[in-house]
Design a protein around this ligand. Structure first.
Ligand code: SAM
Ligand code: SF4
Length: 335
């Protein structure tokens, strides 16, 4: 098992499949992109599948989420998902994506064994979409969402980051739009993980503000804490709304900065170049790619992974005065 000195157990593996992206969200990347990882440093599809197998069969991982960068840019994605779906015990498989190209791939991903998707969508206004992502692709994202729903990748979840003066006035509109379509919306507080180091605590939109804006149009009831488990999102039931299956409609807020959930964290992360990170905000990594390529057997890899998780810190401490942003940006860690 992957346990740490605070007694937490990591069962949720985030796998970054690439650091590249076809959008340039301002809270994530500069307009010109980044120095992408050199190709020889990237794990091959076979190496990724082997590491996921070790995580699932030897280390107790039960959920695997593919992310990036933009994971749909990885040519081998469908094959990777199919191989992971054959593992025993079979892990839950999900994908975090910006949705570009999802309209073409959703059904193949579903057939390969993908269970769910989280699609990032910050605005319903094409001009604001261009301001936020520096690309005119809103229609593609909306088409991708519809395709995911049709393919059965349900419940389709949407991740939204609000930026002051750009899309913060859209919180309630986004919730209404998602409720009408049966998508589950989760707001994420903006974190200091952008490559440009432009994050500013004094201007970020807080969970409290998001809830106040939603409260102007919707009646929200907090979901009991015991339903939260290790999930980072605090969730609210939206009174008067139901999902397509008749269950209650919800909205989530991931308050990573103002109400961090580190005490219940159950995550372990694998970067596209084969490094284990025990936290999004870790400043150290453990190299599994070198061990893999030096011929290490599964037991050695598993031992390195366990040791990497054992040293996990109590919390990310974003709000602490001595907080230091990690060297890698979110897109290279795997969000
Ligand atoms: N490209 C995919 C996408 O956008 O969904 C997957 C990778 S992206 C890094 C994963 C999630 O992280 C997205 O929902 C994105 O909005 C979020 N994200 C990126 N930078 C962030 C930041 N500085 N603070 C909070 N969330 C961020
Ligand atoms: Fe790309 Fe996702 Fe970062 Fe936006 S948040 S630039 S879609 S990796």
């Amino acid at each position: 098992m992957l346990i740490d000195t605070f007694g937490r157990r990591a069962v949720d593996l985030r796998v970054s499949l690439t650091d590249r992206c076809n959008l340039r969200c301002t809270y994530c990347m500069p307009a010109e992109g980044l120095d992408w990882l050199p190709k020889p440093n990237l794990l091959t599809d076979e190496e990724i599948i082997r590491l996921v197998r070790i995580a699932v069969t030897d280390l107790g991982v039960t959920e695997v989420r593919f992310t990036g960068g933009e994971p749909l840019l990885r040519p081998g994605l469908v094959g990777i998902v199919a191989a992971c779906a054959e593992l025993s015990p079979r892990p839950e498989l999900s994908l975090t994506t910006n949705g570009l190209g999802l309209s073409r791939t959703a059904s193949a991903l579903r057939e390969a064994g993908l269970d769910r998707v989280n699609v990032s969508l910050d605005t319903l206004d094409p001009a604001s979409f261009h301001t936020l992502t520096r690309r005119d692709r809103l229609a593609d994202v909306i088409a991708g969402l519809a395709a995911a729903e049709t393919a059965g990748l349900r419940p389709v979840k949407i991740n939204t980051v609000l930026m002051r003066g750009v899309n913060d006035h859209e919180a309630a509109d986004l919730l209404g739009w998602c409720l009408e379509r049966g998508y589950e919306l989760r707001f994420i507080e903006q974190m200091p993980l952008d490559a440009q180091h432009g994050w500013d605590r004094s201007t970020m939109v807080t969970a409290e503000e998001i809830l106040a804006r939603l409260g102007e149009r919707f009646a929200l009831t907090p979901e009991p804490d015991e339903r939260r488990g290790a999930a980072p999102a605090e969730r609210w039931l939206v009174d008067g709304w139901t999902m397509a299956d008749g269950g209650p409609a919800r909205v989530g807020v991931i308050a990573s900065v103002t109400r961090p959930f580190c005490r219940a964290c159950d995550r372990t992360r694998l970067t596209a170049d084969g490094q284990i990170r025990n936290c999004l905000f870790a400043r150290e990594e453990t190299d599994l790619r070198g061990a893999l390529r030096d011929g290490a057997d599964d037991a050695v890899i598993a031992a390195l992974w366990r040791a990497a998780m054992w040293g996990k810190k109590a919390g990310a401490g974003i709000d602490n005065p001595d907080f230091l942003q990690p060297d890698r940006p979110m897109s290279a860690i795997g969000g």
